[in-house]
Design a protein around this ligand. Structure first.
Ligand code: SF4
Length: 338
């Protein structure tokens, strides 16, 4: 039986841009993460996925909805409780260089959270823990007295991971942890995260715009578009049977290593720009770029529904109350609605 460790319920996060303009970064998003799994959150830049991560962690106040972590409502925690909560949930940031203080040595960077939380009275024991963490992330104790600028991007991200592990958390939000890295080191960092997950029983919320990398690492995946979750299912199911037109377009953009298949397959090109989250389209937010859009799509927001076991989608193509369909062909065939 899978145990839920995080529940995000109808979460909204709007930013007041002044002059009556609200930026709807996250709009009524719900999902859960099971203990020990990796939940991938994917979508184009500006779709709200990083805002969700920061709102879960309480770095942003929510506009509406709830974030429940291990049966506790995160946004209702007292300051003291929030402090304890951060021992259990930590974040790995996209840009390891920007997230590490350039004037601090690696030892200071990694030991800072331990000092803030008063984990070690004995400095020697704290230093031993720093050495241990460096080794766990594939660095060594000789690196402790160096500064972040002396390291490559991949090594800096390893330092960021060591810092995130310093409090021995059980949940990590990894916000685009490999996007700023060379392709050659991306797989190494993902492999490291996988090893640490097995070793320490960690749960990950893995945020990325690259669906191919998310697939490698995630058990389940949620696809975001313009502040809305549009599809959610198990990783293999999403790749074998994507239902939402946006997911299909994202998947069709991933190159296939076989040149014969790659040459023959059809790409779904997304036309037009991502609309502004300050003025999202009426009805379905994807309708301005959707080749399957119907009249109803501009008038009615599609409901979030489970159309197959553990496979959720928000699209009128699957809504029988609106769309009087008799059959929908799936598995990469063209969707046909009668
Ligand atoms: Fe396209 Fe309509 Fe489905 Fe939106 S609801 S994804 S516009 S078909």
């Amino acid at each position: 039986m899978k145990e839920k460790i995080l529940e995000v319920k109808n979460l909204k996060k709007y930013f007041d841009m002044g002059k009556g303009t609200m930026l709807q970064a996250v709009n009524d998003v719900s999902f859960h993460v099971n203990k020990g799994e990796t939940f991938g959150l994917v979508g184009e830049s500006g779709c709200g996925k990083s805002t969700i991560g920061r709102t879960i962690l309480g770095l942003y106040n929510k506009t509406a909805g709830d974030v429940i972590f291990d049966n506790e409502n995160v946004h209702a925690l007292s300051e003291k409780e929030r402090f304890q909560f951060y021992r259990r949930m930590q974040m790995i940031f996209q840009d390891p260089y920007a997230s590490l203080n350039p004037r601090s040595t690696v030892r200071e960077v990694i030991s800072e959270p331990m000092e803030v939380h008063g984990l070690y009275k004995n400095k020697k024991a704290q230093l031993e823990r720093v050495y241990q963490l460096l080794e766990e992330v594939g660095l060594n104790r000789d690196h402790a007295n160096r500064y972040p600028h002396e390291f490559s991007g991949g090594q800096r991200q390893r330092i960021g991971i060591a810092r995130a592990l310093a409090l021995d958390p059980d949940f990590i939000i990894a916000d685009e942890p490999i996007s700023a890295l060379d392709v050659s080191v991306q797989a190494q960092v993902v492999n490291l995260l996988k090893e640490l997950q097995i070793e320490k029983g960690l749960t990950f919320l893995f945020i990325a715009h690259d669906l191919s990398m998310v697939k490698q690492f995630s058990d389940r995946i949620g696809v975001m578009y313009l502040g809305n979750m549009v599809e959610l299912t198990e990783s293999n199911q999403l790749y074998e049977n994507p239902l939402h037109p946006y997911t299909q377009a994202l998947l069709s953009a991933i190159p296939i290593p076989d040149p014969d298949i790659e040459e023959k397959r059809e790409r779904i090109i997304l036309e037009g720009e991502l609309p502004s989250p300050t003025n999202p389209p009426s009805g379905c937010v994807f309708r301005t770029r959707c080749s399957m859009a119907m009249e109803v799509c501009s008038q009615v927001k599609p409901v979030w529904q489970e159309v197959e076991q553990e496979h959720f989608v928000a699209c009128h193509l699957y809504d029988e109350t609106i769309n009087n369909k008799k059959s929908i062909k799936r598995n990469s065939e063209t969707l046909t609605v009668h």
